[in-house]
Design a protein around this ligand. Structure first.
Ligand code: FES
Length: 89
């Protein structure tokens, strides 16, 4: 499922995780550990450089260059205004 985050609205939130942002939008997304280990929330984005990691923990398996873990990622302050994420549901 594709989710679009409009950072020009109240969704601009660089403190909470991307997982929390998606949950606030009432979009179903897989999650479990919420700590960057289980990989249940693994999602993808064409430009993962718009996110910064909130954790030093390595995931169980390596991520592809377009993949990230929303539970331990947050938007960078200079993220573009529209970001589309493909989430696992
Ligand atoms: S919920 Fe476990 S890695 Fe995100």
């Amino acid at each position: 499922m594709d989710v679009t985050i409009d950072t020009t609205t109240e969704q601009k939130d660089t403190e909470n995780s991307v997982l929390e942002l998606i949950e606030q939008m009432q979009v179903p997304i897989n999650s479990s550990c919420r700590g960057g280990v289980c990989m249940n929330c693994k999602s993808s984005c064409s430009d993962t450089s718009v996110f910064e990691s909130m954790s030093d923990i390595e995931p169980l398996l390596p991520l592809d260059s377009n993949e990230f873990l929303p539970c331990v990622s947050r938007l960078k302050k200079d993220a573009p205004s529209i970001i589309t994420i493909h989430v696992s549901t």
